[in-house]
Design a protein around this ligand. Structure first.
Ligand code: NAD
Length: 443
């Protein structure tokens, strides 16, 4: 199949590369010339495990190409994936300008049948808008060209995106015409050889499914985070509670980890967008609003612990920070809890030395104007001269540090862990104070 992917970000590049991997001819379009230059030079503009091999293998095989030319991109694929960003607008609703610009480009230039697939996360009703935008362009040109619009939300996780795309749990397709449905079946056949994974539905339900999934996951996290705060007050241990409830198959073990708040490019924006969608339909989503509020509060939980230990004026204090990315295995810092933490510590007069295996370039870009933030090349180097260690991302390489070296290096023996990575007994045995999330009992 000839496939165009519009938008070569986390979703577009992974989708394009994986679709090429199963034998399709794929052209990835991006309007950011720098991204396309890097890709054409054999580089990868994002950090995503395993992606470089899939991209280079398929470029070498002549199945994966990159362009900034809209004309070339529209001409190329019968299948046109729209995988551009849908950032939050001022009121929290999804900004559709990039999606609709991509749709208009397709309508402006197409000369034969196209299946236009919304892969971006978009509110219910967007497929109708995409259909309308294409129709308008065809009317302007006074031509009739057949096309279908399909909703096919993406469920990949950053950090495991290639694996998720190649071996999906489910493939949600919202479509209402036979030709498009047949094409979607053929397109995804290579990804469901073990068993049927295609969940076929109407377009609006598919659009809502994506938001429902992210909203449910965010709800679990905020629920556990609130319980963690309560556990501390009551002298209970959220880690025991997690294990106790997770073993119930109706609850399950996933997404029950208390921490210093969820971040990333999806949960925060999708929760806000669903609240807005509901508001414009005249409904308040009380549970989801609370999920959002609880998360905003949770991003400050480490700052509260730090100021309780060192006072609210942190002038002259210096902190080592492990982890910048919103989760391990990605360089993505969109809405990362580390951003709130760094800003709050610096605002209170502290200085911070951060270490992250892959997200430091991104942090340098985001915090270009923050002289109080510096970077270390190794985790332990970040501790030089630091009063305390603060951990916000559970990278594998932080799992088993040398606690006695940490004790010797830190000025105060304090470790603030936003991801509950360690056995408290181990830190106590090494003379360290351990402040984690929801550990209300001394073990
Ligand atoms: P991203 O910001 O990494 O990439 C979007 C790309 O689209 C950018 O490179 C941008 O330059 C390009 N672009 C914008 N307008 C364009 C146009 N008209 N033509 C061509 N290129 C254009 O975004 P992302 O993280 O890949 O997310 C894309 C969509 O997928 C969003 O709706 C997001 O919610 C959804 N999604 C993201 C993830 C994730 O983990 N990142 C997972 C599932 C779904």
């Amino acid at each position: 199949m000839k496939i165009t992917v519009v938008g070569t970000g986390y979703v577009g590049l992974v989708s394009g590369a994986c679709l090429a991997e199963v034998g399709n001819d794929v052209l990835c379009l991006d309007l950011n010339p720098e991204k396309i230059r890097i890709l054409k030079d054999g580089g990868i503009p994002i950090h995503e495990p395993g992606l470089d091999q899939v991209v280079s293998r398929n470029v070498a095989a002549g199945r994966l190409h990159f362009t900034t030319s809209i004309e070339e991109a529209v001409r190329f694929g019968t299948v046109q994936f729209i995988a551009v960003g849908t950032p939050p607008d001022e009121d929290g609703s999804a900004d559709l300008q990039y999606v609709l610009a991509a749709a208009r480009n397709i309508g402006r230039l197409m000369t034969d049948y196209k299946v236009v697939i919304d892969k971006s996360t978009v509110p219910v009703g967007t497929a109708d808008k995409v259909r309308g935008a294409i129709a308008e362009e065809l009317v302007k040109r006074d031509v009739v060209v057949p096309y279908s619009v399909v909703s096919n939300p993406e469920f990949l996780k950053e950090g495991a995106a290639v694996e998720d795309f190649m071996r999906p749990d489910r493939i949600v397709v919202g479509a209402d015409d036979e030709q498009a449905i047949n094409l979607m079946r053929a397109l995804y056949a290579p990804f469901q050889r073990s068993h049927e994974k295609l969940v076929l539905m109407d377009v609006r339900s598919a659009e809502l499914t994506k938001y429902a999934a992210n909203a449910m996951l965010a709800t679990r996290i905020s629920f556990m985070n609130e319980l963690a705060v309560l556990a501390e007050k009551l002298g209970a241990d959220i880690e025991h509670v997690r294990q106790g409830i997770g073993s119930d198959p109706r609850i399950g073990r996933h997404f029950l980890y208390a921490g210093c708040g969820y971040g990333g490019s999806c949960f925060p924006k999708d929760v806000k967008a669903l609240i807005q969608t509901a508001a414009s339909a005249g409904q308040g989503l009380k549970v989801l609003q609370a999920v959002e509020d609880a998360n905003e509060a949770q991003k400050l939980v480490l700052v509260d612990k730090i100021t309780r230990r060192f006072g609210s004026d942190l002038s002259g204090k210096h902190f080592a920070l492990w982890g910048l990315a919103f989760k391990p295995n990605t360089d993505d810092m969109r809405e990362a809890p580390s951003r709130v933490l760094i800003s709050e510590l610096c605002k209170r007069g502290a200085t911070v030395t951060a270490y992250d295996p892959v997200a430091m370039d991104e942090a340098r870009r985001i915090f270009a104007e923050e002289p109080r933030l510096s970077y270390a090349v190794r985790p332990m180097q970040a501790l030089d001269g630091a009063d305390a260690l603060v951990i916000v991302t559970e990278w594998l390489e932080f799992r088993s540090p040398d606690f006695s070296a940490i004790r010797k290096t830190l000025k105060s023996p304090a470790v603030f862990d936003g991801r509950n990575m360690y056995d408290p007994a181990l830190l106590l045995a090494n003379g360290l104070e351990y402040e984690a999330i929801g550990l209300g009992i001394k073990r």
